[in-house]
Design a protein around this ligand. Structure first.
Ligand SMILES: C=C(O[C@H]1C=CC=C(C(=O)O)[C@@H]1O)C(=O)O
Length: 482
């Protein structure tokens, strides 16, 4: 149930900031006149909201552009609604560099009024990328460009007990009375007043496996022969499963379920057009905070046991599996050498640990470093993506193999998704355990690292276990798929 007082308090807090916003808009108007282009105005204020996901849910009827993000353990959550500014480079080759340049220019010219003590500085750009810039996009992914950088109109960030609202808007030389704050307050009032729809599990789900399991296993077997012949060392192969529903899917309920059942993952959602790409990824690509870099190698998978003893035995076997350790080591080596190009003090433990989520356990190695002056998070994302946890080794040959043989448009699956703030701090996850959800159909993705010792049947089982997270969150079950 909505507490109506929360709506009133948030709106009042926003209205209180109207003079601050108008003053900032005046400065921005003057700056826009001098520069001859619009300028971003961004005002941050503390508010009493507790759950950014509730606003993501309520925003469904208000805007097609919505973003949700939560870090593992949910101490940090972020919702973005609407688009004050967006940038979509069309060339694949330099998409990270041009995104970085566009963001730096926008921020350097912006009028930002925010408390420097806050964990996230001023405006935030949410960002996502296609997995493979060289693969022509299919119609399924038409709303998800090669690269997207977007500043939401309203940004709600909760970090521990502190929640902030940032109102963003573009101002040009001719903007008259901007009334940024009043408009934001009206929008928020409308959002907070909207009821949260109860969960309506989709009825009559039908499964339509886009590639039948036998064909997928044949592709894996083909990869294994190639790997044994020695041209490649590792290639990650994915498959998609499509669900059709008689009732519309409820993406907010799906996210609630994922956040509850997968608290140690990055739960994310990017809604565009009429679709939502969402997931619960256990894999951080990279985080940057005050110069400190955190990345993670995640590769090598085992199921969870039914009892604590069985679970521990499966973990011990995973740690001892030469095949999984080799698959994992490629990822650690690549991340270490990629980070060394831009960072000092690259450090990683010499043996992996176990990361457990509800449906699987993985070999996991945390990697830390300190970024050198002159580099930014886009440099790191561009150099790290795709790691051999989602591409392979050697990288370019594995990507070409995937493009030629996988028979799948990965779109944004297995690609970087995340956010960056005005200071350049930010975090990106690898968009795994994810699905692209339309009104009545959903496409779910899962892949596995294939090495010379891989067995196609076991890899198929691994995709089924990985798919379980999204299947259950959508009201389906693993038994329904082949
Ligand atoms: C490609 C996926 O997982 C990667 C991340 C962790 C473990 C993996 C593995 O053991 O194969 C994969 O490299 C996926 O979930 O779709």
């Amino acid at each position: 149930m909505t507490n109506p007082l929360i709506g009133v308090r948030v709106t009042t807090a926003t209205l209180r900031e109207v003079p601050r916003m108008e003053a900032a808009a005046d400065v921005a108007r003057q700056r826009a006149r001098e520069l001859g282009r619009p300028v971003l105005v961004s005002i941050t204020t503390r508010v009493g909201l507790r759950d950014p996901l509730a606003l993501f849910a309520r925003g469904a009827g208000v805007t097609h552009n919505r973003f949700f993000w939560s870090t593992p353990a949910a101490d940090f959550e972020l919702t973005g609604l609407g688009a004050a500014w967006s940038f979509t480079p069309t060339s694949g080759a330099d998409r990270f560099a041009v995104s970085a340049a566009a963001w730096k220019q926008l921020v350097s010219e912006a009028v930002i009024d925010a408390d420097p003590e806050l964990p996230v500085q001023g405006p935030v750009a949410v960002a996502g990328f296609r997995f493979d810039p060289d693969q022509p996009p299919s119609d399924l992914w038409r709303d998800y460009p090669m690269a997207l950088l977007m500043v939401p109109r309203l940004l709600i960030v909760r970090h521990g007990d502190v929640t902030t609202l940032t109102v963003n808007g573009m101002v040009d030389a001719h903007s008259s009375t901007l009334a940024l704050g009043a408009a934001a307050a009206r929008r928020l009032q409308a959002l907070i007043g909207l009821p949260l729809r109860p969960r309506r599990p989709p009825l009559d789900l039908q499964v339509d496996v886009s590639l039948d399991p036998e064909t997928w296993k044949a592709i894996v077997a083909n990869a294994v022969s190639e790997l044994r012949a020695g041209t490649l060392e590792k290639v990650v192969l994915a498959r998609a499963v499509r669900l059709r529903s008689t009732e519309p899917f409820d993406t907010a309920a799906t996210l609630h379920g994922l956040r509850r059942d997968y608290p140690h993952t990055f739960v994310f959602a990017v809604a565009r057009g009429g679709r939502t790409f969402l997931g619960a990824s256990p894999e951080r690509l990279v985080a940057l905070r005050n110069g400190a870099v955190a990345a993670s190698a995640l590769a090598g998978t085992a199921p969870r046991g039914k009892t604590p003893d069985e679970d521990a035995a499966l973990a011990a076997a995973l740690l001892q599996s030469a095949k999984d350790r080799a698959e994992h080591a490629f990822v650690v080596q690549m991340i270490r050498s990629a980070l060394a190009e831009y960072c000092d003090a690259v450090q990683a433990p010499s043996t992996p640990e176990i990361m457990r989520v509800r449906n699987v356990q993985h070999l996991f190695t945390p990697i830390t470093a300190c970024i050198r002056a002159g580099y930014d998070i886009f440099d790191l994302v561009g150099r790290l993506h795709p790691t051999p946890a989602v591409g392979g080794k050697p990288g370019p040959a594995a990507l070409a193999w995937i493009r030629d043989h996988e028979r799948l448009d990965r779109g944004w699956y297995a690609a970087p998704v995340g956010w960056v703030d005005a200071r350049g701090d930010g975090e990106f996850a690898v968009a795994l355990r994810s699905a692209l959800i339309g009104r009545r159909e959903a496409t779910l993705f899962a892949g596995c690292g294939i090495v010379a010792a891989s067995d196609p049947e076991r890899e198929l089982t691994e995709t089924r276990i990985k798919l379980r997270a999204m299947l259950e969150a959508l009201g389906a079950s693993e038994e329904m798929i082949g």
